[in-house]
Design a protein around this ligand. Structure first.
Ligand code: NI
Length: 392
């Protein structure tokens, strides 16, 4: 099912892959600003000889034409960085831009996919079908996938495959589970309006501090009393802006939060409950409420056939000991917009290694990867595409 030539070709290009990753790491670019990154990827594709087109404003869609007719598999890598200050001092490829950093490892995704592309291009005559390579911008703001879909990235595609380097899993391990992999991630804002006044005369006011506090305390009952204990869900209010001074009753309160779950029906239930809680709590205190609920990413649900194929590829390419079953994460991933439209799977590739200090969580200023994991990721991209296209 897998192709031994792919392993050989990946092994030949490891130094180049690591060098490219370090180059991107030195020059992180925030969502929708990935112009240099896009240029660098385009240069590498030119070197290999793979045809591509750029998407607006950043990003690249490339295509490897197989020598035989067949299906079309999409391989996706995201390429954006984060507004995080890099804290590691002992690396010579540290971010050169203050306050920006590849703190989620998307630099490794782009370089692993390029290395996989190089190997697949070498064996293109034997491929049954086409490989579409997607270098996607703006994952961190959950807009890049949507933008690329509008620009036709999914046209003619039969299946999608993506991966994330994962510091919370040991290097050498790969996980691709059937079903839920990442949660939906929504954003909510609640605005309460009361009536301000003097702190010594509360009876003449409607206190927005009271309303906001009651809402924050009560809203947790949605998960504990309205959602099944067998359906994981999170409601977090992360920010509250209320009041101006110790002896002034606040008139307004603004609260921001997020909702995570693995099932659209549960998400809809939580949304309507939040609206009810906000309005009823406000009414109880004679205030009014306004709820803005913004849908973010959908849950990433790995299609069974794709995930089982991925597991077979892992075992065949890297041995039984590499196969890992990571629990679903309540993080969000805009790969969900691909799997909303076509079947596919999303894998996690371990990069955690305390000996190399790469166990830090994603989005942390000390985040880094054990680059040994990149060889597995690059080969996995290529072997999966090969297995998918040539399985029949
Ligand atoms: Ni990420």
């Amino acid at each position: 099912m897998t192709n031994p030539n792919i392993k050989k070709l990946i092994q030949q290009n490891i130094d180049e892959m690591v060098a490219f990753r370090r180059d991107l790491h030195r020059h992180p670019e925030l969502p929708w600003e990935e112009f240099r990154t896009t240029d660098r990827i385009a240069q590498e594709l030119d070197k290999i000889g793979i045809a591509y087109r750029r998407t607006e404003p950043t990003g690249i869609i490339a295509e490897i034409q197989g020598g035989k007719p067949g299906k079309r598999i999409l391989l996706r890598a995201d390429i954006d960085a984060l507004p995080v200050q890099e804290l590691s001092e002992n690396i010579d490829y540290k971010s050169t831009i203050d306050g920006k950093m590849h703190a989620c490892g998307h630099d490794t995704h782009a370089s692993m996919l390029l290395t996989a592309a190089k190997a697949l291009y070498e064996i293109r005559d034997q491929l049954k079908g086409n490989v579409r390579l997607v270098f996607q911008p703006a994952e961190e703001v959950a807009q890049g996938a949507k933008g690329m879909i509008k620009q036709g990235v999914l046209d003619g595609v039969d299946s999608a495959f993506g991966m994330h380097i994962w510091s919370q899993m040991p290097v050498g391990k790969i996980s691709c589970v059937v079903g839920s992999s990442f949660a939906s991630a929504d954003l909510l804002t609640v605005r309460f309006k009361g009536r301000g006044g003097h702190g010594s005369m509360p009876h003449d006011t409607v206190d927005a501090v009271m309303v906001a506090s009651a809402f924050v305390m009560n809203v947790q009952s949605i998960v504990s009393r309205e959602v099944s204990p067998l359906d994981p869900a999170v409601v977090t209010i992360g920010r509250m802006d209320v009041g101006t001074r110790f002896n002034v009753i606040a008139e307004n309160a603004v609260l921001d939060g997020t909702v995570r779950c693995f099932n659209v029906a549960v998400r809809d239930k939580i949304e309507s409950a939040i609206r009810r809680y906000a309005n009823q709590v406000a009414a109880m205190y004679r205030a009014t409420a306004e709820v803005e609920y913004i849908y973010g990413t959908l849950p990433v649900i790995n299609d069974k056939e794709s995930a089982l194929l991925a597991q077979k590829v892992i075992v065949e390419s890297f041995g039984e000991e590499a196969l890992y079953f990571e629990a679903p994460t309540t993080g969000g991933e805009d790969f969900s917009y691909y799997t909303e439209n076509i079947p596919g799977a999303f894998a996690l590739v371990g990069s955690g290694n305390p000996d190399k200090d790469t166990q830090w969580p994603h989005h942390h200023g000390c985040f880094n990867v054990d680059e040994d994991g990149m060889a597995l990721g690059a080969e996995f991209y290529a072997q999966y595409a090969w297995a998918y296209l040539n399985q029949n």
